[in-house]
Every structure is written in structure tokens, then in C-alpha cells.
Design a protein around this ligand. Structure first.
Ligand SMILES: [Zn+2]
Length: 80
């Protein structure tokens, strides 16, 4: 593979996940069941700390910052 191809390939890999913030990428990777559980948690008014602890227990990484930014619409997700 030539250098130009390598650069094009890594650029393609980089730009895709950057479209969404860390929270949305994590959310997109969840099963339909877990997405619903997460949506329900916010509807019920659970705090980010409670949700993060549950996510971690399930082996899913997330952070307070990414959750807060996403929920306040301060993240880089395209649709607000
Ligand atoms: Zn976001």
C-alpha cells in the first residue's frame, strides 16, 4: 500500500467517529435493549453517576463529561 492510500485510509477512519461525541458513539454501540434502558434512566431522572456506575458494571466505558456535554447539547453531535 502506498503512502497516499495509507493517509486516505487513516483520514477515513478518523473522520467517521468524530462525527459524534464519545457518548453517542458509546450509545450507538449498545444493543437495542440497553439503549432503551439508558433512555429510560434519563426519563426517570437518574443522575449521570448512577448511570455511569451501571454502565461500568456492564463493562461499558463512559464519562461524566461526555454525558453532561451530550445531554446539554454542548457536544459535537450534528443534530441538536
Ligand atoms: Zn453528543
Amino acid at each position: 500500500m502506498g503512502l497516499a492510500d495509507r493517509i486516505a485510509e487513516s483520514a477515513a477512519k478518523r473522520t467517521k467517529p468524530d462525527t459524534y461525541c464519545a457518548y453517542q458513539i458509546m450509545y450507538n454501540s449498545l444493543t437495542a435493549e440497553n439503549k432503551k434502558a439508558l433512555d429510560d434512566a434519563w426519563v426517570k431522572g437518574y443522575s449521570a453517576n448512577i448511570v455511569i456506575m451501571a454502565l461500568r458494571a456492564e463493562g461499558i466505558k463512559s464519562s461524566n463529561e461526555s454525558i453532561r456535554a451530550h445531554r446539554k447539547g454542548l457536544c459535537r453531535c450534528p443534530k441538536k
